[in-house]
Design a protein around this ligand. Sequence first.
Ligand code: PDD
Length: 286
Amino acid sequence: MSVILYNDTFLTREQGKVDMEDRGYQFGDGIYEALRVYNGKMFLLDLHMKRLARSARELRLTLPYDTDHLAENLDKLIKENKMENGYVYFQITRGAIARKHRFPEKPISCVLTGSVEETSQDEDLHAEGIKASLVDDIRWLRCDIKTLNLLGNVLANQDAFEKGADEAILHRDGVVTEGSTCNVFIVKDGTLITHPANHFILNGITRIFVLELANRLGIPVEERTYTTEELLNADEAFITSTGVRVTPVVQIDDHLVRDGKPGQITTRLLDAFNQDVDQFITETLV
Ligand code: PDD
């Protein structure tokens, strides 16, 4: 990454400095989004912007400018960096002011930073499946807001890593919520099951997209809570996120998910997802 976005200005990475009293730095008082870029264009942009606006509303955080202007700036950022495939990460904080817990009295403009990372088109995909580990969900009760506060996620992810797993699947008292960086789905008797979009999970853009694909493919869906026992007895399990799209979970701690191979419905959804990405790329070529 050579160029970054800071409020409305493009700077080199070296020029971009965060004030030590920025509330994002001191309190994690801010929000973020991470988008996938294919062929120089942002994928599922409108859904990401809608979620950003919702996160801002929920935290009563005023965006420095509207999401259309933000999208234009991110587009310029991608061009400035000559990026073709990869990610754009950006965050918006409540700005820099002398440290006090309560909101600043006078509205102050928010700080916006952007970063981009070039990756190959399918670098993060693991079609053969990953290993997950069950970890206690110790996070707060507003996991639906995409805030910068990710300590509960960070600790869970590290815990899973130290147990030799690729991802942590979180549960509250035996009810599976989501992954440390993703949403979690299971398949039982042909039905797709995932935690409802409420305060206990982040409503992933990929989750929304996969539910739409399931609808299109005629796969029955239940958005309901399910237990760790149901997870361990599932016919199939998979995770979804901007980075990993649809990735099969073939092992959970020492337990194989069915025969330890990616399931049929998971594979159908992954294929449909990949086709849509290919179509998106084709459309952006014209
Ligand atoms: N993580 N749940 C959590 C806790 C997440 O952090 C994420 C995404 C998701 C999936 O959301 P989406 O499909 O919109 O990517 C679910 C991002 C990629 C991150 O923090 O880097």
